[in-house]
Design a protein around this ligand. Structure first.
Ligand SMILES: NC(=O)c1ccc[n+]([C@@H]2O[C@H](COP(=O)([O-])OP(=O)(O)OC[C@H]3O[C@@H](n4cnc5c(N)ncnc54)[C@H](O)[C@@H]3O)[C@@H](O)[C@H]2O)c1
Length: 400
């Protein structure tokens, strides 16, 4: 299959490219290098050392004898997307190319504007270009479980049957996101549903949980690392906790630590996306699946990280709760459904505790790089305090 990965340089895009190449697909990709640039702006960097896109492509050629057509550009630029799709004419497009940090979107008005506009316009450009050039192409778009928020009822996979005043319908489940980033994903979802209704595009909208891990099989074998962010703006809780454990800092859950989210390993995220691509929806179908293996509270993540680091690295980890910089419920019901991927043949391959061992080992390997990130892990971005009144251009401002 000819597959175009938008956001190929990212945490998920790069391992997905490795997996699809190794399964014999023809892969091309595009990226604006947005994440590399914005992470540097908060004085941070990927904890794992990552090659440039040119070096990555060279290594793929060396190892698999395959060429990746790569284009640097921004999906929110309509002419870039139209030219790209005209040139490649893909059978499937994986759209990962969005600003993906909730805390970044909460830094101030300019970052909120940048997140909402770039993400929504990028997706809109894409569905128009597909409709005009490759109307039968399958779009696999990454949304997030965070679109649903934390309602006090079970969360279905996209749609649910509801009865009101004696009448029934099958409707999209109401969304209540918790950051401008998550709202940008909700708006994308609405636009994708509408594009499907208008033009019969075939679309998979993936509500993905938080992904953890530094490896998939191909990364372990080739040492072609994907990025791994651990700072307060770009890193997720488990990445931060594992890094804190290795550099002998206390592990710092936000607030009460009872917040509960769905998680899955990088290996299983790539497995799910591969299944989604190789078992596409029917022409004209819009499908949604919730992609996560298990839900954990932040305290559970902190405790399992501490236990594992104590056992395998001989650490004596302490857990210290810090003021929650976010605006979120700290105690809540959480029970999302996730059976559709299983019905397509997906089976979980990794357990959290095994991946934590691998993450800790990889951080230990790059301990010098982890030490350099010591000062960017604890929270400085407090969501209620974010401002930005006249700061309309993120390129013209310092975020710290
Ligand atoms: N990693 C997770 O835990 C997770 C969870 C749920 C959803 N997602 C979603 O999955 C997707 C990929 O996430 P990731 O963790 O790999 O993020 P990432 O930031 O590492 O990768 C995204 C890539 O897209 C590029 N990009 C961003 N905006 C772009 C634009 N306008 N034009 C071209 N390129 C652009 C970035 O430079 C980056 O290389 C995102 O849409 C994210 O919202 C990720």
């Amino acid at each position: 299959m000819k597959i175009l990965i938008l956001g190929i340089d990212g945490y998920i895009g790069w391992p997905l490219a490795l997996r699809l190449i190794s399964r014999g697909h023809t892969v091309s990709g595009a990226d604006s290098l947005f994440t590399r640039k914005r992470v540097k702006e908060v004085n941070s960097d990927s904890l794992t050392p990552i090659l440039t896109m040119e070096e990555r492509i060279g290594k793929i050629k060396e190892l698999w004898g395959k060429n990746i057509e790569y284009y640097e550009g921004d999906v929110s630029d309509a002419s870039f997307i139209y030219d790209l799709i005209e040139r490649i004419k893909p059978d499937a497009i994986v759209h990962l190319a969005e600003q993906r940090s909730a805390p970044y979107s909460m830094l101030g008005l300019s970052q909120a504007t940048e997140t909402l506009t770039k993400n929504m316009i990028g997706t809109l450009n894409l569905v128009y270009a597909m409709k005009d050039i490759v109307p039968d192409c399958h779009l696999l778009k990454l949304g997030t479980m965070g679109e649903y928020g934390t309602p006090n009822i079970d969360i279905p996979e996209g749609f649910f049957e509801i009865e009101y005043n004696g009448r029934k319908d099958n409707l999209p489940f109401p969304k209540f996101a918790g950051s401008w980033y998550h709202w940008s994903k909700v708006h994308d979802t609405n636009n994708l549903m509408f594009a499907n209704k208008l033009w019969n595009l075939r679309i998979t909208d993936v509500m993905q949980g938080v992904v953890y891990g530094t490896r998939i099989k191909e990364i372990h074998e080739t040492k072609l690392y994907t990025r791994f962010d651990v700072d307060e703006v770009w890193g997720t809780a488990l990445n931060r906790f594992c890094t804190q454990a290795v550099i002998d800092e206390p592990i710092t859950p936000y607030g009460k630590g009872m917040q509960r989210r769905g998680f899955l390993s990088l290996e299983d995220s790539i497995n799910c996306l591969t299944i989604g691509l190789e078992k596409p929806p029917s022409p004209g179908e819009y499908r949604v699946y919730n992609q996560f293996d298990e839900h954990y509270s932040v305290n559970e993540l902190a405790e399992i990280t501490a236990r594992t680091a104590n056992a395998i690295l001989g650490k004596n980890c302490k857990i210290e709760h810090v003021e929650n910089p976010r605006v979120e419920k700290e105690e809540h019901y959480y029970n999302p459904e996730h059976s559709k991927l299983k019905s397509l043949g997906y089976k979980r391959s990794r357990e959290l505790k095994d991946d934590i061992v691998n993450i800790l080992e990889d951080i230990q390997t790059f301990k010098d790089r982890a030490e350099n990130l010591r000062n960017v892990i604890k929270p400085k971005t407090f969501w209620r305090k974010s401002s930005g009144i006249t700061k309309n251009n993120p390129d013209s401002i310092q975020v710290h």
